[in-house]
Design a protein around this ligand. Structure first.
Ligand SMILES: [Zn+2]
Length: 124
């Protein structure tokens, strides 16, 4: 029962994150999707009596999709630090597992984003 533990997080490209799990699952996701899945109350809204109230503004701030760092929180979560100063997102293993399963990119998608990144000069 429960969520397997996360073994490793790496950043294979400036716009990609890779999650490796104890049970063998490996998922590569967009840094952008990682931010969009930020579980904090101001991004996701607060669930009060079954209704979700969103206090956050979904605006594109400079640096909001640039990851400054990821810090471990105990052995059950990580905290993401973003270039726009946002740092209240605590991603538990459960959330990371959900993101790995829902947002994991296929090889085709990875190729597509690599091409796009090359065109935009993000990678050479
Ligand atoms: Zn957030």
């Amino acid at each position: 029962m429960g969520t397997p533990s996360l073994k490793k997080i790496s950043k294979p490209q400036p716009y990609l994150l890779q999650f490796e799990w104890q049970d063998g699952l490996s998922a590569t996701i967009l840094v952008r999707d990682f931010r969009d899945e930020c579980p904090c109350a101001s991004c996701k809204g607060e669930n009060i009596m079954g209704t979700t109230y969103s206090f956050g503004m979904k605006v594109n701030k400079p640096g909001m999709y640039e990851l400054d760092g990821i810090h471990p929180v105990g052995n059950y979560a990580v905290q993401a630090l973003w270039k726009d100063g946002h740092n209240t997102g605590i991603y538990t293993w459960e959330i990371l597992r959900y993101i790995s399963e829902q947002r994991g990119l296929t090889n085709e998608q990875l190729q597509h984003y690599a091409e796009q990144a090359r065109k935009e000069g993000v990678i050479s």
